[in-house]
Design a protein. Structure first.
Lengths: 236, 89
C-alpha cells in the first residue's frame, strides 16, 4: 500500500516546499508538489493546500484560488472522505470555496502578525488531530494579515463540534492577549461536519522539527502523522 | 435585441455585525483626532467598476448581480453587495 499526498502549488504559494519536505523527509510518505491546474484527485489519498498569497490575495485572500480547477478536484475528495488540510492561505481558500463555513477577515490590529503562538486542541477526532488529545496545547507559528475568523453562526459550529483549535496561553487559558488576530471565540482552526477537512491559520509544517522550534517542540508533525494514520485506516 | 455597453459601479461593504478595524481606525485615529468629531460612523469596503454588454440597464444589473453571487465576489457572511450606479457608456 503506497500512500500518495499532493501539495497544491498556486501562484504566490509559500511553505509549499516546507510541507513537501516534512511529508517526504520527516513523516516519510510519497508526496508530490502539483501545479494547481494539473492536479487530479484520482492520483492521491490526501491533499494539502499550503500557505502564501495565492493570486496576490487580490479581491479577497483565497477567492481566486477557490475557483481553480484544483478545488473542483478536491471537492470530490471532500465528498468521499479523503483528508484535506488548508494551512493559512489554504484555510482562506477552503473558506472561499465553501468547504468550510465563515470568513477570515483582516487582523484586528491591521498588522501582519508573524510569531509563535499556542493553540489548544478542542476537537481530537478529525483526520488531522486524532493523535492529539483534547485540551493539549501546541506551539505552532502563525504568519498572516487576514486571519480573524468570523462566523454568523457560532452556535451551529459549536453544536457540530467543528471548532478544532483555539488560540490560548501556554497553560491553555483563553485570553484576549493570546488571541493574535481578534478571531471570534479565539478560533484558530475549524473542520467540516464530516471531520475529514481541516483549515487553520497556524503553520504546522514550520513546527515539525525540533531545530525549527524555539522550545524544540515538534507539535506540527502530529498533524501529518494523524493524516497518514487516517488514510491507512480508510484503506484497510 | 442590440446590446449596449454599461458601466456598473458596485461596492462590497462589510456587514455591521463583524468589526471593521479599518473604518474604526480611520474614524478614531484620523477623523476624530483632526477635529471631525461630527462623524458618527465610518464603514470600509471595496469598490469595483465593471463595463458590461447588456440589452438595457435592468439586464446589466441582473447579470452583474448573478455574476457576483455565482462567483462569490463578496463573502455573504461578512459583506453586502450594493449596486451604486449604472449608466450607459
Amino acid at each position: 500500500m503506497t500512500i500518495k499526498i499532493a501539495v497544491i502549488q498556486f501562484p504566490g504559494a509559500n511553505c509549499d516546499l516546507d510541507a513537501v519536505h516534512v511529508l517526504r523527509n520527516v513523516v516519510g510518505v510519497d508526496t508530490s508538489l502539483v501545479w494547481h491546474n494539473h492536479f487530479k484527485e484520482a492520483d492521491f489519498d490526501g491533499v494539502i493546500l499550503p500557505g502564501g498569497f495565492s493570486f496576490g490575495d487580490y479581491l479577497r485572500a483565497g477567492i481566486i484560488a477557490a475557483h481553480s480547477p484544483a478545488l473542483d478536484e478536491a471537492r470530490i475528495m471532500l465528498k468521499d472522505g479523503r483528508p484535506i488540510l488548508g494551512i493559512c492561505n489554504g484555510f482562506q481558500i477552503l473558506i472561499e470555496a465553501e468547504f468550510l463555513p465563515g470568513a477570515l477577515l483582516q487582523n484586528e490590529t491591521l498588522k501582519f502578525v508573524c510569531k509563535w503562538v499556542n493553540i489548544k486542541v478542542i476537537n481530537d477526532r478529525t483526520a488531522f488531530t486524532h493523535r492529539m488529545k483534547k485540551d493539549d496545547v501546541l506551539a505552532i507559528p502563525i504568519a498572516h494579515g487576514e486571519g480573524r475568523y468570523y462566523t454568523d453562526n457560532l452556535k451551529e459550529l459549536e453544536e457540530n463540534d467543528q471548532i478544532v483549535f483555539k488560540y490560548s496561553t501556554e497553560d491553555g487559558r483563553f485570553k484576549s492577549e493570546a488571541n493574535p488576530n481578534g478571531s471570534l471565540e479565539s478560533i484558530a482552526g475549524i473542520c467540516n461536519i464530516e471531520q475529514n477537512c481541516v483549515g487553520l491559520m497556524p503553520h504546522p509544517e514550520r513546527a515539525s522539527e525540533s531545530i525549527l522550534s524555539p522550545k524544540q517542540t515538534t507539535h506540527g508533525r502530529i498533524f501529518f502523522e494523524s493524516m497518514i494514520e487516517f488514510i491507512k485506516r480508510r484503506l484497510t | 435585441m442590440d446590446q449596449m455597453e454599461f458601466i456598473i459601479e458596485i461596492s462590497l461593504e462589510n456587514k455591521p455585525a463583524a468589526r471593521d478595524p479599518v473604518a474604526e481606525t480611520i474614524k478614531r485615529d484620523l477623523l476624530a483626532k483632526k477635529g471631525y468629531d461630527n462623524v458618527s460612523k465610518v464603514r470600509s469596503g471595496q469598490y469595483l467598476r465593471i463595463i458590461i454588454k447588456a440589452i438595457n440597464e435592468e439586464d446589466a444589473k441582473v447579470i452583474v448581480t448573478n455574476m457576483c453571487n455565482d462567483l462569490r465576489i463578496f463573502n455573504p457572511v461578512t459583506q453586502n453587495l450594493n449596486i451604486i450606479n449604472v449608466k450607459k457608456l
